[in-house]
Design a protein around this ligand. Sequence first.
Ligand SMILES: [Zn+2]
Length: 387
Amino acid sequence: MTLLVTGIGELVTNDPDAGAGLLGLVPDAAVLIDGDRVAWVGPAASAPAGDERLDAGGAAVIPGFVDSHAHLVFAGDRSAEFEARMTGEPYTGGGIRTTVAATRAATDAELRANARRLLREARRQGTTTMEIKSGYGLTVADELRCLRIARELTDETTFLGAHVIPADFQDRPDDYVELVSGSMLAAVTPYAKWVDVFCERGAFDGDQARAILTAGAKAGLGLRVHASQLAAGPGVRLAVELGAASADHCTHLTGADVDALAGGDTVATLLPGAEFSTRSPYPDARRLLDAGVTVALASDCNPGSSYTSSMSFALALAVREMRMTPAEALWAATAGGARALRRDDVGVLRPGARADLVVLDAPSYLHLAYRPGVTLTTTVLHNGVPS
Ligand SMILES: [Zn+2]
């Protein structure tokens, strides 16, 4: 069964061979979908026939958003902490333990229902690939059930047992590092594609992060690092040195960090929803882009520091507050996210790619940042199926 999406006023392909500029823009375009894959992309006037037709009515079409950083498996809500922050208290990361307690107390069914709700919410807003982390269980059994639930929802599952040191290990953190890189890692490996560490003062230092990431790599997992969100630290350089797919946050960078990112193949994933929700300075995206670093944007959806699943919100912040151009921001939220997950079948519309695309209620992708706070998705196709 083939589907011809036609009447596309402006098509973003992210394929520089297919169209103009960074976004590979094609005006008056069509996309032929065969099953779950893109079969053909080009001008509508020369489009092949399809068994069915979807007329975009002159609207813009973009690849589905690739959200490469999200924490969806949790219970509870931290709106009171948000309120306190907005009335002057600083963000310290300590509230993570509140969510850990609620998550441990929740049933599998409650955790599953909440994660599904958030995934549906993201899908409605155009996200067709979503990475999901554990990290609110922090026992072998709780990390395992969180990753099992995550694996029901996505292939991009990340083991974040090293989110914070749980309260009962507070005075013996190295024992916890040993647990995470030993029996906890062994238990969750069948359900995880990636391993991640919150490398930050108050969480895990450079040596602890290195031990966990090295153990994860040995177990066959890809690497990701929460790095330099609250202060400059060793996380970014460690990520590059170990060949991590992504260093996430990158809010407080040294010159050496930027040089390392520019010289390696680790993506810098920026999460402006976190700076928005913690009222913190935004990362310097221009400095990274000007140094030639590959930049991704992601939601960081989590109940404490960024409770939004909206990629278009991240994109609008990146344009307004971080001086990314609208084209750079959309690329980062689609193709950039795919790079951060080491994927070449999503975040792009070309023959062979997954048929993940979004018809916007707008004539141009520019409206994503130009009309902040407005959900502009009319149709979201995921694997060729409307959702
Ligand atoms: Zn995070």
